[in-house]
Design a protein around this ligand. Structure first.
Ligand code: IPE
Ligand code: IPE
Ligand code: MG
Length: 249
């Protein structure tokens, strides 16, 4: 599968909705959904490693949504502590593989310890030159658009900006993903065909790849390759006709 990938036509940015941990646990006969989250680490590791080895520049993992705060308290707490332990465990590998860690979302809403560990890991990896790994934490697409609107409105209030100057690229520059390319490929495991308030603006022209019968803990490099191979077979038209796209070559 890996040999079928055209390394000159890689998605610059892959984003993943890592879904199905709870169902995975249930399927295995466990009553606690947290068991599924704990067993998702290998999938995360292989995705990061697989992207790094291929030379993908950006990988965003949707780890916790704004709406996920509404889950049972024990599950939220377990996810937060899993975040800290995973970052600590994976830090040496990230350093070895030149992974640069970033985070998007309402990071201030995370528990202090999670924030501290996250910021420390981001600082430690800041000068790494390989894959940029973006964790979406307490993130939602609507949150991102609202915070961008606030920043722009403040600039207008201060007289630094005219409302009529606001355009696509200015929006890009005020979103939490400023400076990153938009995802070309969005992968979702767990079979649901929805965006779940992920990058609403940035996914405008992303190619979606849904794994119908695969829960996130079972995701491996081969699945990443499968999605990339499929992505490379698609014709991305960006609103144009197929004939136009072909003649532009
Ligand atoms: C995704 O798996 C992990 C998070 C949202 C944090 P789920 O926990 O949503 O698992 P399902 O979808 O209920 O199976
Ligand atoms: C999306 O999964 C969020 C993350 C993977 C972090 P959810 O399980 O929360 O999405 P819904 O509720 O099925 O839309
Ligand atoms: Mg889910």
């Amino acid at each position: 599968m890996k040999e079928s990938i055209d390394l000159n036509n890689l998605p610059a940015h892959i984003s993943v909705i890592m879904d199905g941990n709870g169902r995975w646990a249930k399927q295995k006969g466990f009553t606690d959904r947290i068991f599924g989250h704990r067993n998702a680490i290998q999938a995360v590791r292989e995705t990061i490693e697989g992207c790094g080895e291929l030379g993908v520049k950006y990988l965003t993992l949707y780890a916790f949504s704004t709406e996920n705060w509404n889950r049972p308290k024990a599950e939220v707490m377990a996810l937060m502590s899993l975040l800290v332990s995973t970052i600590n465990e994976e830090l040496p590998t990230m350093m070895k593989n030149q992974v640069r860690l970033k985070a998007i979302g309402n990071i201030e809403s995370l528990p202090d310890k999670s924030q501290r560990e996250l910021l420390a890991a981001m600082n430690k990896t800041a000068n790494n030159t390989g894959l940029t790994l973006v964790l979406a934490l307490s993130y939602s697409g609507k949150w991102d658009l609202v915070q961008a609107a606030k920043k722009l409105a403040e600039k207008v209030e201060k007289g630094e900006l005219k409302a009529s100057d606001i355009d696509d690229s200015m929006m890009d520059n005020h979103l939490s993903t400023a400076g990153m390319p938009d995802p070309d490929l969005m992968i979702r495991t767990g079979g649901d065909h929805r965006i779940s308030n992920f990058m609403l603006w940035q996914l405008a022209y992303a190619e979606l790849y849904i794994f119908e019968d695969l829960f996130w803990p079972d995701f491996r490099k081969v699945h990443l390759y499968q999605a990339i191979v499929d992505f490379q077979m698609r014709e991305r038209r960006f609103g144009k006709t197929s004939e136009q796209v072909k003649s532009e070559g």
